[in-house]
Design a protein around this ligand. Structure first.
Ligand SMILES: C[S@@+](CC[C@H](N)C(=O)[O-])C[C@H]1O[C@@H](n2cnc3c(N)ncnc32)[C@H](O)[C@@H]1O
Length: 238
């Protein structure tokens, strides 16, 4: 298979193989949870508690909603949806989880909307190409109520990016390949900003966190200087 032939059908098979080998869902990203708990994000979330359902895109084997008592305290439990491309991840999540889970390719449709809040479980930078990110932001916009928000963190390029040997970063396409398979999208702040603006969503929050690294390799948990940095954002449908 050439680098350009990778589809979401191939990706689901690959993800199912990976998730099939894992016993338990990883705990949600500490950075993402601390971002959601911080102000003004936590205030913007609370304001939308009665406005409609909330979804997490790319929830894997355990939605971050499950570990986030503050959200259950808001009485939202029956209105939370965890969505993921991997059917195996969703089966496992359904076994142990307490919210609604559904297998979905979120580049095509985000079900159960319109949503008041859409959270990104480190999903957007895992898509297969920059055009696919653009298309997906359009779907996210359609799946939000007016005033609804989309919150997440993505990988941010910087001058000292460096990767383990099985990775190859293509600066032209902004794609990080792992063994010739698209693995992550890494763009600089201007490129992410352009992408967000052209999606028609309004930027409410956009902060580059150079001190936070997002590790692109699942088997490593110690961050290195060359790892991508973190961009935190909140976009609103106006
Ligand atoms: C980096 S993992 C994060 C998983 C989980 N949120 C966590 O923090 O451990 C990205 C997730 O996005 C999912 N994903 C990738 N492409 C997707 C798509 N097109 N639609 C829905 N989910 C997708 C993957 O299956 C994977 O579970």
């Amino acid at each position: 298979m050439g680098k350009m032939d990778f589809t979401n059908h191939h990706k689901e098979k690959l993800l199912n193989e990976v998730y099939g080998k894992l016993q338990h869902g990883a705990s949600p990203s500490h950075s993402l949870v601390s971002f959601l708990r911080s102000t003004p994000i936590s205030e913007w979330l609370k304001e939308r508690k009665d406005e409609g359902p909330w979804a997490e895109l790319g929830c894997g084997m355990r939605s971050l909603f499950e570990s986030w008592q503050d959200i259950f305290d808001l009485g939202l439990k029956n209105n939370l949806y965890g969505l993921d491309l991997s059917s195996i991840a969703i089966e496992r999540a359904q076994q142990y989880g307490t919210i609604h889970y559904q297998q979905a390719d979120c580049t095509l449709e985000i079900p159960h909307g319109p949503h008041a809040v859409i959270l990104d479980g480190h999903f957007l930078h895992c898509l297969n190409s920059v055009p696919e990110v653009y298309q997906t932001l359009g779907k996210i916009r359609e799946a939000l109520i007016p005033g609804g928000i989309y919150i997440g963190e993505v990988m941010l390029a910087h001058k000292s990016l460096s990767f383990d040997t099985q990775f190859e970063y293509d600066v032209q396409s902004n794609l990080l390949y792992k063994d010739d398979i698209p693995s992550r999208i890494i763009m600089d702040a201007f490129e992410w900003e352009d992408m967000f603006v052209s999606s028609g969503l309004k930027i409410k929050y956009f902060v580059c966190q150079s001190s936070i690294k997002i590790i692109p390799e699942d088997s490593r948990d110690v961050a290195m200087n060359g790892d991508p940095e973190c961009l935190r954002f909140c976009l609103e449908r106006i």
